[in-house]
Design a protein around this ligand. Structure first.
Ligand SMILES: Cc1cc2nc3c(=O)[nH]c(=O)nc-3n(C[C@H](O)[C@H](O)[C@H](O)COP(=O)(O)O)c2cc1C
Length: 187
């Protein structure tokens, strides 16, 4: 297996970080990998925001949990509570991906997913634990959305896409076992 395939196979979702901040040099390399991502027509309708501000991360976590608790369907909230009640698992850093609507509508989400995976794989290759965090979107679901957009310096017209939490693992987990039935070969 080459290094790239090894990195892909080794990546797992970390849900218990020790709070230690990765070095700037590594965060810069991860941000570079993010913006190296392909996008339809090279539109790059994303903004990669490296968030190291602990207070801001804590505020978004608090708001996200609050909004999650308001949902009629309590299953997500209860799942988070059963995992220790933390939306961001003590991660010291978040790569926030802000996104602008693209044409055709929805295509920007494909672009964004590729950026997110570049972030996750670059981090894994550098020994930095990570997890994709769609739930960060809940921080933008209430009254504080405009405040967070401003603090995160979203470009005009951009929305929260998703976050990738970065740090070092307190508890190392195993990658999921790939389901071989998800591959079909037509000859
Ligand atoms: C778009 C997306 C959003 C996700 N959002 C969350 C999240 O908010 N919280 C979380 O703990 N995991 C989140 N995950 C991680 C998935 O649960 C995880 O990738 C999946 O269970 C497979 O496990 P693995 O990543 O360890 O292989 C997300 C993954 C993706 C791709």
């Amino acid at each position: 297996m080459n290094e790239t395939l090894k990195t892909i196979a080794e990546r797992y979702s970390c849900r218990d970080f020790n709070g230690v901040m990765p070095p700037d040099q590594d965060l810069q390399a991860i941000a570079q990998a993010a913006i190296q991502a392909p996008s339809g027509m090279n539109r790059q309708h994303w903004q990669v925001i490296v968030v190291k501000n602990q207070e801001l991360i804590a505020q978004m976590e608090e708001e996200g949990l609050k909004m999650l608790a308001c949902l009629e369907d309590r299953s997500h909230y209860e799942r988070i509570m059963s995992r220790g009640g933390k939306l961001f698992y003590h991660a010291p850093c978040m790569v926030m991906l802000a996104v602008k609507e693209a044409f055709p509508k929805g295509a920007e989400l494909i672009d964004l997913g590729i950026v997110a995976q570049n972030v996750a794989l670059a981090a894994t290759s550098l020994g930095i634990a990570n997890v994709h965090c769609g739930f960060v979107g809940f921080a933008f679901a209430g009254d504080r959305a405009a405040e967070f957009k401003e603090k995160l310096q979203f470009p005009e017209g951009y929305q929260c896409g998703m976050g990738i939490l970065l740090g070092y693992a307190n508890t190392v987990a195993k990658p999921h076992v790939p389901n071989q039935e998800k591959i079909t070969v037509i000859e």
